[in-house]
Design a protein around this ligand. Structure first.
Ligand SMILES: [Cu+2]
Length: 228
């Protein structure tokens, strides 16, 4: 079926994206010990900072000489790590803070350049999602004999996606040029799709597709689409 622009699915995608944007903007990222990293004498680093559950601590250190062990209050106060305690040792470990007063470990405040970029990227994805349309060629009947009139009256844009649904034992989709479309000829090198559920992103200008099974194109199994 032809999904026009602005469907429910698209709306949901945008909502989800906004939620991710919000989460990204509100969770802070901290490099423990700031520029000097996770090091001897780092224990005073959290002083004066406010942390929230969901904030991420990044421990940067030389893994030959250090590690990070998640412990309880006793372990922290007495410098004891029990054998079952989670141990991180990649040299660049990320830990998401859980709710509660003490988490014992990890220099960038809220609103850094990284966060701004993440939000921008997210918005770009949102925009692309809202503006690219998805079409099932031939609507409910799919890619079939006599489908050639289907594009009539529709407006397509570069980036829109065509979905070809068909029985792969009886049909295929070949990407051809104007001549191939008009004369029902597919050259040997032409891209051939044959999964039965093929997706093609429209390029700007003319887009031509035919079925190369004998006589199918002649029986109207072809479409010509101009994308703005
Ligand atoms: Cu066919």
């Amino acid at each position: 079926m032809a999904q026009g622009r602005g469907s429910v699915v698209k709306c949901m995608a945008v909502m989800l994206c906004l939620m991710v944007c919000l989460k990204t903007s509100f969770a802070a990222n901290y490099t423990v010990g700031d520029d000097s990293g996770w090091r001897l004498g780092v224990s005073g680093w959290p002083k004066g900072k406010t942390f929230k559950a969901g904030d991420v601590l990044e421990f940067k250190y030389n893994k030959q000489f250090h590690d990070v062990v998640v412990v309880g209050k006793g372990g922290h106060d007495w410098c004891i790590s029990t054998s079952g305690a989670p141990k991180l040792q990649t040299g660049e470990d990320r830990v998401t803070l859980k709710k509660g007063k003490k988490t014992i470990f990890m220099a960038q405040g809220r609103g850094s350049a990284m966060k701004c970029m993440a939000v921008m990227l997210c918005l770009m994805v949102c925009l692309k999602t809202s503006f690219a349309a998805n079409y099932t060629v031939g609507d409910d009947s799919g890619w079939r004999l006599g489908v050639s009139g289907w594009p009539k009256g529709k407006t397509f844009k570069a980036g829109d996606v065509l979905e070809f649904k068909y029985n792969k034992w009886f049909h295929n989709v070949v990407v051809v040029g104007k001549g191939g479309h008009d004369w029902c000829i597919s050259t040997a090198g032409a891209p051939k799709l044959q999964t039965g559920e093929d997706r093609v992103t429209l390029k700007k200008g003319e887009n031509y597709f035919i079925c190369s099974f004998p006589f199918h194109c002649l029986l109207g199994m072809k479409i010509a689409i101009t994308a703005e």
